[in-house]
Design a protein around this ligand. Structure first.
Ligand SMILES: [Zn+2]
Length: 200
């Protein structure tokens, strides 16, 4: 499944802030060529936070349900219009000539509507790992992937579950296998976090 330009925009927008490393690249995203002509988009951070919170529900369905109402309120201000094509199709697009925050909000709203229309919205997800929240497109056949990177956040989550299971059981470990590094990492307060790979 290919990532549409709209979904690519959503991923790049939310990932302008890397929760784990603290790298913040929103200004350069807003200044990028595809957003040329938009001008300053001051409330971008609110929109960004709202989107990330909703995308987290795609991996943590029992999470913060207020996130949906919050994002709805922001997207409610997005001026969209319907554009027909010559093949019997139609899509929601930003009203022409928008600038600033309204322009960005409309671009995001149109991208969300487009992803819903082509069935890819549920596959746009924020990593289930709390200190990561990297946003990715889930290409797995069943669409049940919960982590940005199985080798990094997936193994962290398994290690955490393994430790919790180990604490909770009196006898020897049963079918649960320790992930690589679980023993060496111990239960101390300091964790060595592996860096995320390039494969996302
Ligand atoms: Zn992650």
């Amino acid at each position: 499944m290919e990532v549409s330009p709209g979904v690519r925009l959503l991923l790049d927008f939310v990932n302008t802030y890397d929760v784990e490393s603290g790298v913040y690249a929103l200004p350069s995203f807003l200044a990028s060529e595809r957003l040329a002509g938009l001008g300053p988009a001051a409330p971008a951070v609110e929109l960004w936070e709202g989107l990330r919170a909703v995308l987290t529900l795609h991996t943590e369905p029992s999470g913060e349900q207020d996130a949906v109402a919050g994002l709805n309120a922001l997207l409610g201000a997005a001026p969209l219009t319907v554009r027909l094509d010559a093949h019997g199709g139609a899509e929601l697009v930003p009203v022409p000539g928008l600038r600033g925050a309204a322009g960005l909000t409309a671009l995001v709203a149109a991208a969300v509507a487009g992803a819903c229309a082509d069935g890819s919205w549920a596959r746009v997800k924020a990593c289930s790992m709390e200190n990561c929240r990297w946003v990715y497109f889930d290409r797995s056949p069943a669409g049940r992937r919960r982590w940005c990177d199985m080798a990094v956040c997936g193994s962290r989550a398994k290690m955490r579950a393994y430790r919790a299971a180990k604490r909770g059981q009196a006898g020897p470990p049963g079918a649960t296998h320790a992930p690589a590094g679980a023993e060496e990492a111990g239960t101390g307060g300091v964790r060595q976090l592996p860096r995320r790979g390039e494969a996302r």
